[in-house]
Design a protein around this ligand. Structure first.
Ligand code: PGA
Length: 241
């Protein structure tokens, strides 16, 4: 049985006060959530410790949005695995398209970060996906296979989550057709040595489409940006039917 992982990616949103406000609304929504659903909140670094203390060891796991490959060093602006695990972080998003597009992240650095995450006991959520131009040119499959081939070198596939995030569907309200997301995720799975890696869909997931997304047989969860910022909408997503 593949694990179901529902993750919120807060990106660069929420101060500590706003994080606390979210939790006060959200934690009470989880009483009916089936235990086998892993719920992850990937919050800004400044909110990690605060969120950790307010999860009360419940159903929700703490996630970060990046990790460097060294244990420590002269890497201004970066964060290391031990710094994250010390405050209770269990998951980390790696290779998000915003990191690749705006911060020069490459398949090589993504691979280094994935291996470091695992070395320090974090479960990486590896993001892959195509641009609109690549999709229109019929290059979706080739692009994603190339990302997987480079990103997953020497990565342990028993401690991994993958998120398929078509870039044109992120933050645009333009969701990928659920059947198409299901097809691509099936293709991603065919390239893995471990067929039990949970593979999420990400890109404009919201309360209105979550039930249809999760009804797809290949889709094992979602990575949610905008709709994870409001406790009521993330509540509906986590408690999908
Ligand atoms: P979105 O973002 O849900 O706001 O489209 C998804 C993501 O970037 O992970």
């Amino acid at each position: 049985m593949r694990k179901i992982v529902i993750a919120g990616n807060w990106k660069m949103y929420k101060t500590r006060a706003e994080s606390l406000e979210f939790l006060q609304g959200f934690m009470s929504c989880l009483t009916e959530t089936p235990e086998e659903r892993e719920v992850v909140l990937c919050v800004p670094f400044t909110s990690l410790e605060l969120v950790s203390k307010n999860l009360h060891g419940g159903l929700v796991r703490l996630g970060a949005q990046n990790v460097h490959w060294q244990e420590s060093g002269a890497y201004t602006g970066e964060i290391s695995g031990p710094m994250l695990t010390e405050v209770g972080v269990r998951y980390v998003i790696i290779g998000h398209s915003e990191r690749r597009q705006f911060f020069g992240e490459t398949d090589e650095t993504v691979n280094l970060r994935l291996k470091a995450a695992q070395k320090y006991g974090l479960i990486p959520i590896l993001c892959v996906g195509e641009t609109k131009a690549q999709r229109d040119a019929g290059e979706t499959e080739a692009h994603i296979f190339s990302q997987l081939a480079q990103d997953l070198v020497d990565v342990d596939q028993t401690k991994l989550v993958i998120a398929y995030e078509p870039i044109w569907a992120i933050g645009t309200g333009d969701t990928c057709e659920t059947k198409e997301a299901n097809r691509v995720i099936g293709l991603i799975r065919s390239k893995l040595s471990n067929p039990n890696v949970p593979i999420q869909y990400g890109g404009s997931v919201k309360p209105e489409n979550i039930d249809e997304v999760m009804a797809q047989p290949e889709i094992d969860g979602v990575l949610v940006g905008g709709a994870s910022l409001e406790s009521a909408s993330f509540d509906r997503i986590v408690n999908y039917k």
